[in-house]
Write a protein that binds this ligand. Structure first.
Ligand SMILES: Cc1cc2nc3c(=O)[nH]c(=O)nc-3n(C[C@H](O)[C@H](O)[C@H](O)COP(=O)(O)OP(=O)(O)OC[C@H]3O[C@@H](n4cnc5c(N)ncnc54)[C@H](O)[C@@H]3O)c2cc1C
Length: 219
């Protein structure tokens, strides 16, 4: 399904100030501390100016769709009132189950992130103890492509920028499992810091993602 199809239930006038490809030009939008293009309600926009579900938290997305439903109900009520001159019914309270309380709804930025970190750290856990030049080259190529294609585009942009730090200190370290696992942990910590989360102790990455904890709770 295309991005535009996935937005089909949102009224066209929800973002009247948007023109495609001008997502960051509106005065109602702001770049947050992380440089993300955000609407005041926390919704992140796609590059075409439409709300980006994969870049937005479930709570903000819910507010957006609630707002859209209210607007649709209000305009339907107005149209009905104009046609029949009877009193417009009040919109009924929304009893739809919360999307994130189900496991068959599209992911938000957090669910996508959790699944992706599981994949990325597992990739480091299964990386050779000492990687050949070919294995290192393949992984470098993967990370380059990953950082361009990750579906939360603002996350991808920041990840790419971090990796390309001019002094080269954040370049992937791919000589072997220990280096790569620690590098991935540092990459994850960079996002943790950005989001105001606690940093993870990178000395423990292998217990978390490969061997299980020393106390045996994962055995
Ligand atoms: C490349 C990438 C970029 C992202 N950028 C953004 C962004 O810009 N904005 C945004 O809102 N979200 C972003 N996310 C999503 C974000 O990182 C989280 O996944 C999301 O907020 C859910 O967080 P969480 O607290 O459930 O745990 P997560 O951060 O998803 O972590 C999952 C588990 O990994 C373990 N863990 C935590 N830190 C580390 C570490 N440093 N090393 C090893 N293991 C660790 C913990 O056990 C944790 O429970 C990004 C995700 C990825 C993969």
């Amino acid at each position: 399904m295309s991005a535009s199809e996935s937005q089909h239930s949102l009224p066209k006038n929800l973002f009247p100030h948007h023109t495609p490809a001008a997502a960051s030009s509106s005065t109602e939008e702001s770049k947050d501390a992380n440089g993300m293009t955000k609407l005041p309600n926390g919704v992140i926009l796609d590059k075409d100016g439409k709300p980006c579900r994969l870049c937005t938290s479930a709570a903000s997305w819910r507010n957006l769709t609630k707002q859209a439903k209210t607007q649709t109900a209000a305009s339907t009520a107005t149209a009905t009132a104009a046609a029949t001159t009877t009193t417009a019914p009040k919109p009924t309270p929304d009893s739809t189950p919360l999307p994130q309380s189900r496991d068959d709804c599209p992911p938000d930025v957090e669910a996508l992130g959790r699944s992706t970190w599981t994949f990325l750290h597992s990739l480091t856990a299964s990386y050779p103890v000492k990687a050949t030049q070919e294995q290192q080259g393949e992984m470098r190529t993967f990370l380059k492509i990953f950082s361009r294609l990750y579906p939360c585009w603002v996350c991808a942009d920041d990840f790419r920028t971090w990796m390309a730090e001019p002094n080269g200190r954040n370049e992937p370290r791919l000589a072997g499992r220990a280096d790569f696992g620690t590098w991935m942990c540092e990459a994850h910590n960079e996002v943790n810091r950005k989001l105001g989360k606690k940093e993870f102790d990178c000395r423990l990455w292998e217990e978390r993602w490969r061997t299980g904890w020393k106390d045996g709770r994962c055995d």
